[in-house]
Design a protein around this ligand. Structure first.
Ligand SMILES: [Fe+2]
Ligand SMILES: [Fe+2]
Length: 178
């Protein structure tokens, strides 16, 4: 059962608004990595790709005189906390199953330990997938947040992920029937 597609999540104005801050290209690449990692870690590919797509929606823009202030960001950032709450609100609003919305929100909350004094989180497989997918797309100096993508290829890549998730879900349903 799947209440909401990745395309619905992606095209929502709230998603578009916040992903533009942290980079749509990064969010899509992380969703693609999460799809493959979900297979490896045997976690739900629908949940993993949604969490990955939304993992950075909590970003605030830390600018000082028109330039990204990395030091200010490092000291004050709580994007994982903010993102978990924002993603949860959005998912519930568009009709996601509440338990799925919770699982996705927690994976977003734990995708980084940058806001904790001493890190070291014990992650569950879905949370590990989102964390590793994010790491896989990281570039030095936070450059992954500035990579550009045109609207058409962004939507095409989301639709391709949706197709793969649907195929995986129907294969899973077949297995249960047999
Ligand atoms: Fe992040
Ligand atoms: Fe990220």
């Amino acid at each position: 059962m799947r209440n909401v597609t990745l395309e619905t999540v992606f095209l929502h104005p709230v998603t578009q608004r916040y992903l533009k801050r942290s980079g749509i290209a990064h969010a899509i690449a992380v969703a693609e990595y999460a799809f493959d990692l979900a297979k490896q870690y045997q976690v739900n590919r629908d949940h993993a790709t949604k969490a990955a797509l939304l993992h950075d929606v909590g970003h605030y823009t830390w600018y000082t005189e028109g330039k990204w202030d990395y030091d200010k960001y490092r000291k004050n950032d709580i994007h994982a906390i903010k993102g978990a709450s924002r993603a949860h609100k959005l998912l519930i609003r568009i009709g996601e199953d509440p338990q799925v919305a919770k699982e996705i929100a927690v994976a977003i909350l734990l995708h980084t330990d940058s806001y904790l004094p001493n890190g070291e989180l014990q992650l569950k497989p879905l949370q590990q997938v989102v964390h590793l997918a994010d790491e896989a797309d990281e570039e030095t100096g936070g450059n992954h947040h500035y990579r550009r993508i045109d609207d058409k290829s962004a939507l095409e890549r989301i639709q391709l992920l949706d197709q793969k998730i649907m195929q995986w879900l129907s294969m899973n349903e077949m297995k249960h029937i047999i």
